[in-house]
Design a protein around this ligand. Structure first.
Ligand SMILES: Nc1ccn([C@@H]2O[C@H](COP(=O)(O)OP(=O)(O)OP(=O)(O)O)[C@@H](O)[C@H]2O)c(=O)n1
Ligand SMILES: C[C@](O)(CO)[C@H](O)COP(=O)(O)O
Length: 235
């Protein structure tokens, strides 16, 4: 792979149902500023000069994605996702021809900027190692009992909120996720699969506004962020 010119593939897990959003459609199809969240996300990715292909992992009965113009884009393809996010990611990894590097990015994170994509790609290429975007924890972190009685205060030094994209060597990530799933280990992001496989990976500090739309209150925040970012770009 010519790391200076070859385009990169992105697996976009988009097969979730958005339970925490409590809407009657999966959250990736909710609209912000007139466009579906997933449209914002894919456009942010494909408008980056180094990203050439997005493989979208869809739920089995997803009938909405094919109605979107972005689904007709030649740089977009789809694959059947799975019961868990990790199953969807693995399906995407297996659907592509062998690549050196691959990025995985949540469809529910439409506020991703080229600044963060550049930082992640640069780090991985420079150090020839996998990495994830993340932001440092800034509040005091508490652990509770199941009845929400405070149990302990967690040390927040070197504690981060993992984001996406997460970028790894394609075959290494595929094998690591397969190993974790075969071992019955719960993995909620790609880095946790690499950790289980004892493969080093690193953190690249990302923007705080690369939020994952998860709960209803995130929608207005994401709309504000997208509008602000558009003004930034035009500035
Ligand atoms: N089986 C699954 C579950 C999740 N995802 C995707 O993984 C991303 C991050 O997951 P999350 O925010 O948890 O989305 P949901 O699982 O849809 O949300 P919830 O947990 O509230 O149902 C989302 O883009 C979601 O569509 C996926 O591709 N396949
Ligand atoms: C991958 C992730 O975005 C890292 O924070 C997050 O774990 C995905 O959301 P989920 O709720 O854990 O599926």
């Amino acid at each position: 792979m010519n790391i200076n010119t070859d385009s990169l593939y992105v697996v976009l897990p988009a097969a979730g149902i958005g339970k925490r959003m409590s809407k009657n459609i999966p959250k990736q199809y909710l609209k912000i500023n007139g466009r579906c969240i997933i449209e914002h996300t894919i456009e942010r990715l494909l408008s980056h000069p180094r990203i050439g292909q997005v493989i979208v992992a869809l739920a089995e009965h997803d009938s909405m994605f094919s109605t979107l113009d972005i689904s007709k884009n030649s740089q977009v393809s789809t694959v059947l996702g799975g019961n868990e996010r990790s199953d969807s990611v693995l399906a995407g990894l297996k659907a592509m021809h062998e690549q050196t590097w691959v990025l995985v990015h949540d469809a529910a994170r439409p506020c991703l900027t080229h600044e963060d994509i550049d930082a992640l790609i640069h780090f991985c290429f420079k150090h020839d190692t996998g990495a994830i975007l993340a932001t440092p924890v800034r509040d005091t972190m508490k652990r509770s009992q199941t009845n929400q009685q405070i149990k302990s205060t967690e040390n927040r030094n070197n504690l981060w909120h993992a984001q996406t994209p997460q970028m790894f060597k394609h075959q290494q990530l595929t094998r690591s996720i397969e190993l974790a799933l075969q071992s019955g280990v719960e993995i909620t992001d790609e880095a946790s699969a690499m950790e289980f496989a004892n493969v080093d990976s690193f953190i690249v500090s990302g923007r705080e506004d690369n939020i994952k739309i998860t709960r209803p209150s995130d929608l207005n925040l994401a709309a504000f962020i997208l509008t602000q970012q558009k003004e930034e770009t035009c500035a």
